[in-house]
Design a protein around this ligand. Structure first.
Ligand SMILES: *Cc1c(COP(=O)(O)O)cnc(C)c1O
Length: 227
């Protein structure tokens, strides 16, 4: 069943990509495995998934150990507390959810101590919803050069979570707004900043995110069922 669901999501990504004139291989499916057992993660891995997303530090670290597959790329997609950075260690290829300069400074200092650069995305609250984590577009504009100065991280792109909406079409405006921010700042060639990635789209709206330029979609429910 997991394999069938994966095939279906992959098919929809391909259709949306073709519709938008994009190469389907330029979009990575992150299988969101939060609250899902290691057995089910292994099932998805055996069906061909190589990218997994987790949102809680302790849960992620223990499942990474249990799954124990060298060719899996783990992605941290949840709100990250500064005192948990050390537990992430070097196990995540990308942290999608950096939402302040002070968090980025802490991650950077930790990774500099390990002599490496951690790939991160900056989470932007494009909709301006009160309850959402993420930087406002004006904070992003002001602070991007400072993110670029941090030696222990590399900003590779932007991430957003639009307001929950029954009608997925309503997400489109937020996805296109994120892409426009990405295009604008990428064209400025800010030192130390690479903005090639756009992490956007979940179960209810990932085909629309692909149409609007997502390079990572983060899908859980459509693959594992309701949590
Ligand atoms: C849970 C979660 C997802 C996946 O959501 P689904 O609706 O289950 O696909 C994607 N991104 C983030 C940040 C999440 O927390």
């Amino acid at each position: 069943m997991i394999a069938d669901n994966l095939a279906s999501v992959t098919h929809h990504i391909g259709e949306a990509a073709r519709k938008a004139g994009r190469d389907p291989d330029s979009i990575h499916l992150i299988v969101v495995s939060k609250q899902v057992s290691s057995e089910k993660i292994i099932e998805a891995y055996q069906a061909g998934s190589k990218y997994f997303g987790e949102n809680k530090v302790q849960e992620a670290v223990s499942k990474i150990g249990e799954v124990n597959a060298q060719d899996v790329s783990w992605h941290f997609i949840g709100h990250l507390q500064k005192n948990k950075i050390k537990y992430l260690d070097s196990q995540f290829d990308l942290i999608h959810s950096v939402d302040s300069l002070s968090l980025a400074e802490k991650i950077s200092a930790y990774c500099e101590g390990q002599n490496r650069k951690q790939g991160v995305l900056l989470q932007v609250n494009v909709s301006g919803e009160e309850a959402k984590f993420g930087m406002t577009p004006s904070e992003l504009e002001e602070q991007l050069p400072s993110f670029g100065q941090l030696q222990g991280i590399l900003v590779q792109g932007l991430m957003t979570i639009p307001p929950q909406d029954f009608d997925a079409e309503n997400s489109r405006q937020y996805f296109s707004a994120l892409r426009e921010l990405r295009d604008k700042y990428r064209a400025m060639n800010i030192e130390g900043i690479e903005l090639n990635e756009l992490s956007m789209g979940m179960t209810n709206d990932y085909p629309i995110a692909v149409e609007e330029g997502a390079t990572f979609v983060r899908v859980g429910t459509a693959i594992f069922g309701q949590r």
